[in-house]
Design a protein around this ligand. Structure first.
Ligand SMILES: Cc1ncc(COP(=O)(O)O)c(C=O)c1O
Length: 308
């Protein structure tokens, strides 16, 4: 690979110039509106340092991405967790007062997509910075990238870990107001995105057709798996992400998680009220999906078999 041949003795571009130009081109913005990170997790951590005072506050919906709470705890920030209802719809919250609000759209773990008008209203009423975390948005029918241009307090964040299937690369970016972007640049490590990642991310971003093909395959499998699970008696929430949020009839979620794990099939289980009755099943490839369905059809796991 060209990037590894002779140039690894050199430091990477600290500004990620080519990558930011490419992202700017993809979203029709100028590159001073783009920040590139070592995965979007790095950008989230930088936001908690750039936009939150030492005795400040961080808000998020609950459930959403579990890292938000951890990052808030690391910052010793006051946590404003707004509970979602059973369908992961959000209540009409009072104007949000947190210094920083982290909003996953589509939501994880539910896969629910909040419409742009609702997100815009929320952001307009928010006192602080709102990060719209669109890690899964390429699997969804709509996105909120426009808000990164229109609203001064908004950053829209994307990841190459999901739709590009490049989690090992560690690449993500944020788009928004140049002042917010400049604040992230001020505090980042000098060389936060290494040379190999910059080269590979550039190639991936320039090949949108490959990403879209990947997304099309995953969405087709999502539709098929949702239909099969529904037929087996699972309650399957509509998903705009690369996973399904499902409630098994029986055995209960935790037991089913354990039974699947015994069979070396890993799904996500989040104990607690609101999440503990559900499993999050990531959409795998055809073979993995068939293995999962075969395991679920086995008599001891069968959802539709009455318990004796
Ligand atoms: C909502 C959400 N945001 C961000 C991330 C992190 O993405 P990255 O791999 O780009 O750090 C994840 C990873 O699971 C996620 O679920």
């Amino acid at each position: 690979m060209e990037a590894a041949a002779d140039t690894l003795r050199l430091y990477p571009d600290p500004l990620c110039g080519k990558l930011r130009e490419t992202v700017a081109g993809l979203h029709g913005v100028t590159s001073d509106r783009v920040f590139f990170g070592n995965g979007s997790d790095e950008i989230l951590a930088l936001c908690t340092r750039a936009f939150v005072e030492d005795d400040g506050s961080i808000g998020f919906f609950d459930p959403s991405y579990s890292l938000y709470r951890t990052l808030a705890q690391i910052r010793n920030a006051k946590i404003q967790a707004i509970a979602l209802d059973a369908d992961c719809a959000w209540p009409a919250p009072d104007p949000e007062t947190a210094d920083l609000f982290l909003l996953t759209n589509p939501n994880a773990p539910s896969g629910r997509l909040y419409p742009e008008a609702q997100v815009e209203d929320f952001c307009r009423r928010a006192r602080g910075v709102v990060v719209i975390d669109e890690a899964y948005v390429d699997f969804a029918a709509a996105h909120c990238m426009d808000l990164a241009q229109r609203l001064p307090n908004v950053l829209v964040m994307r990841s190459l870990s999901k739709s590009y299937s490049l989690a090992g690369l560690r690449a993500g970016y944020a788009v928004g107001n140049p002042d917010l972007i400049a604040a992230l640049f001020k505090i980042k490590d000098s060389y936060n995105v290494n040379r190999l990642t910059q080269a590979a991310a550039l190639a991936a971003l320039r090949d949108q057709a490959h990403m879209l093909d990947n997304v099309r395959r995953i969405k087709a499998t999502r539709q098929k798996l949702a239909a099969e699970l529904t037929a087996m008696g699972f309650q399957v929430h509509p998903s705009e992400a690369n996973f399904l949020w499902v409630k098994p009839a029986r055995p209960a979620a935790q037991r089913l998680y354990e039974l699947l794990k015994d069979r070396k099939i890993l799904v996500r289980y989040f104990p607690g009220t609101g999440t503990g009755e559900h499993l999050r099943i990531t959409i795998g490839n055809e073979e993995q999906t068939e293995r999962l369905l075969a395991a679920l059809r086995a008599p001891e796991l069968d959802n539709s078999t009455p318990m004796s």
